[in-house]
Design a protein around this ligand. Structure first.
Ligand code: HSE
Length: 337
């Protein structure tokens, strides 16, 4: 399978590493023989129809260089869009940083992939939060898959749980901790008594935070994930502007202590129970959705099954890359039929 990888930050690189490390198993178990025929970063693109050398890409990126520097294969100044338009491939993996104002450049990457009839997988929440209905319709019209398992829950299959496991039920509402960075910050402020700034720095160093971490701490990342859940699992036609969003920037050490004294913890919670909102609220420590650190938790409230909570790591390069690989395997399976 020929793959174009757009964006070689934490997630893009982790995806390349996963393909390399699991090559044998992917072939023997799933019949998947992935070839990265083009990869791009902010410096340009590299292309090889026989497949680029993944170890070479990773080494180059570790030393802070662009794939455009690869001799004979690199082209400086060319964009991800150029790669999608000019390279023959079955699948595009879009892993550029999230932009929640215009959705770009990811929005263009998704539209171009779909219009050139390539299946596309993204971990990017921006375009989905801004244009979910239009993008899913475009993909369906062009008869290609648009997959975004990695956009919600990191490696935790939140969307799959709702879509597959609860398909015979009716989801009435959801409530969740959808952002790993803010949960990490609130947990570390609570348990180690460190400052907001120090905890945010740690979350950045651990690869949890967005390239622009204001998206995490101001609640927009949680909001975007809520929009995706609302559209996909609750058939609601929401975009980001329909939400009421409050982040954690004004949470103080005394708010955290007050919650503790109530037997609770302060968490950034995204919910759809009637209206859709994101805000810091106190959750009882005995509640299964009261998770710590980078963990996410999502409580599904459904008509027949009642309440169910899914928990798992909500951020991190390899975790998120594993969700991209899950989507890739689904595409591989659908191509076989
Ligand atoms: N910055 C995001 C988070 C990454 O902290 O949850 C995963 O979407």
């Amino acid at each position: 399978m020929r793959i174009v990888v757009i964006g070689l930050g934490t997630v893009g690189r982790s995806f390349c590493r996963l393909l390399q490390d699991r090559r044998k198993e992917l072939l023997s178990k799933y019949g998947l023989d992935p070839r990265i025929v083009s990869a791009s970063d902010t410096g340009g693109i590299a292309t090889d129809e026989n497949g680029l050398d993944v170890a070479q890409i990773l080494k180059l990126k570790e030393s802070g260089m662009s794939v455009a520097e690869i001799p004979q294969k690199g082209s400086k100044g060319k964009s991800g869009k150029d790669a999608i338009e000019s390279v023959e491939a079955e699948v595009v993996v879009e892993a550029t940083p999230t932009n929640m104002v215009s959705g770009e450049p990811a929005l263009t990457h998704l539209e171009t992939s779909i219009k050139t009839r390539k299946h596309v997988i993204t971990a990017n929440k921006g375009p989905l939060a801004l244009a979910y209905p239009a993008l899913t319709e475009l993909a369906s019209y062009n008869n290609v898959s648009l997959k975004f398992s990695a956009a919600v829950g990191g490696g935790t299959p939140v969307l799959e749980f709702g879509r597959r496991c609860l398909k015979a039920d009716k989801i009435l509402g959801i409530k969740g901790i959808l952002n790993g960075t803010t949960n990490y910050i609130l947990t570390e402020m609570d348990t180690r008594g460190i400052s907001f700034e120090d905890a945010l720095k740690e979350a950045k160093d651990l690869g949890y935070a967005e390239a622009d971490p204001t998206l995490d701490v101001q609640g927009f990342d949680s909001g975007a994930k809520l929009v995706i859940i609302a559209n996909m699992l609750l058939d609601m036609d929401l975009t980001l502007k329909d939400l009421s969003i409050q982040g954690i920037t004004s949470v103080s050490a005394s708010d955290i202590t007050a919650a503790k004294e109530n037997g609770s913890a302060l968490k950034l919670v995204a919910s759809i129970e009637g209206k859709a909102s994101v805000s810091p609220i106190e959750i009882k420590r005995s509640d299964p959705m009261c998770v710590s650190g980078v963990l996410n938790s999502v409580k599904f409230i459904s008509e027949f099954a009642g309440e169910q909570v899914i928990i798992g790591k909500g951020a991190g390069g390899l975790e998120t890359a594993s969700a991209i690989l899950r989507d890739l395997l689904d595409i591989r399976q659908s191509m076989r039929i």
